[in-house]
Design a protein around this ligand. Structure first.
Ligand code: KG4
Ligand code: ZN
Length: 339
């Protein structure tokens, strides 16, 4: 089954063709560097660029897969959550194609896409279930228990900032640009993680809730009181100390989640922050110490927002319930909740 998938929930216009949920036949993204000067995504600009670009990104993707729309079995699109006006461009494009070509379209929850992104390039039957999924991105920091790929239950979440968002804010405070994740992790390699003792918020003893705003506020105070916050050594030490505090918090939460759910066979680490090699190492060690398999997306491209994961999500949903695929108009839903 070949699915043509669209993802436009934020600032990347992404289109992919995914066969049987795991084989990525082609993938194209147009990233919007236009937001960099603002230090964050401007919704109006994002929507305008999506609408200017989706068609050419789709054409390039289909050309790479050597397919035309007629060869596609179904469409998939991110319905939500995300920026409403960005979502609208993707859902309108997919709905138009559905109605014009008579192809069924499957609506996808963006975070479900991240959860299943670890299946891409792998064999579905070889992934041991239940899977505990840690989805950590710019908008979400979630723990899910997945009995299978469609029964996904939230067991923990951040109560304030998402981890990726905290990385982005730290980068902004230090004047390092946007997005913050890659640059902060690069600086962290050169710094001393013991330079500053940033707060680790573990909350109640058994809690799987998380909090990162205290860490961010502590960085703000450091930057405010620094003699020269653009000093390279200072920046590196702050980044290293911040990343260590994030790491320790995530490690503690993953340990708790596995210990509270001993039936877990696999831990999946997904979302933009799963591109971070040091966090992968630390969470991988937790899984290993408990005899649990550890999976991260097979390619870095599948960590950050992409359309391949949307195709994978649509496929597993379709296999569980073919009625999800309909010739239809899909409404964008910026506050969509996972079923
Ligand atoms: O999944 P994603 O593309 O978008 C959302 O759904 O939010 O995640 C983007 C986030 C950004 O906050 C970015 O700073 C973060 O992922 N990120 C990283 C790294 N690469 C991207 N965070 C930490 N380390 C990285 N290497
Ligand atoms: Zn995302």
């Amino acid at each position: 089954m070949k699915i043509l998938a669209f993802e436009t929930s934020c600032d990347d216009t992404a289109v992919g063709v995914v066969q049987d949920g795991v084989h990525v036949l082609a993938h194209k993204t147009a990233s919007q560097i236009e937001h960099n000067v603002y230090g964050g995504v401007v919704p109006e600009i994002a929507a305008r660029l999506h609408s200017e670009r989706w068609r050419e990104v789709m054409d390039a993707c289909l050309a790479e897969a050597k397919l035309s729309i007629e060869d596609i079995d179904a469409l998939a699109v991110t319905q939500g959550p995300g920026l409403q006006t960005s979502l609208l461009v993707g859902t309108t494009a997919a709905s138009f194609l559905s109605l014009a070509y008579g192809k069924p379209v499957i609506p996808v929850h963006h975070v479900h896409g991240h959860v299943v992104s670890v299946v891409l390039g792998r064999k579905l039957s070889q992934i041991k279930l239940p899977m505990l999924s840690f989805t950590i991105s710019g908008g979400h920091t979630k723990l899910h228990m997945c009995k299978n790929f469609v029964h996904v239950q939230e067991i923990g979440s951040t109560i304030d900032d998402a981890v990726g968002e905290a990385y982005d804010k730290v980068a902004k405070m230090l004047g390092l640009g946007y997005p913050g994740g890659p640059i902060v992790s690069e600086y962290a390699e050169k710094g001393d993680e013991k330079a500053y003792d940033l707060p680790r918020i573990y909350l109640a003893k058994e809690s799987l809730e998380m909090s990162f705003s205290g860490m961010k506020a502590a960085v703000y105070r450091l930057v405010e009181s620094a003699e020269d916050h653009q000093d390279e050594g200072f920046r590196a030490d702050v980044c290293a100390s911040f990343q260590a505090a994030v790491r320790d918090t995530l490690v503690r939460k993953l340990e708790r989640a596995i210990d509270q759910n001993p039936e877990v066979q696999t831990v999946g680490f997904a979302g933009g922050v799963s591109a971070n090699v040091r966090l992968r190492e630390a969470l991988g060690r937790v899984a290993e110490s408990r005899g649990v398999e550890f999976l991260v997306p097979r390619e870095f491209l599948y960590c950050t927002d992409n359309a391949a994961m949307i195709g994978a999500s649509a496929y597993v949903q379709y296999m569980a319930d073919p009625s999800v695929a309909k010739v239809q108009y899909v409404d964008a839903n910026s506050r969509m909740v996972m079923q």
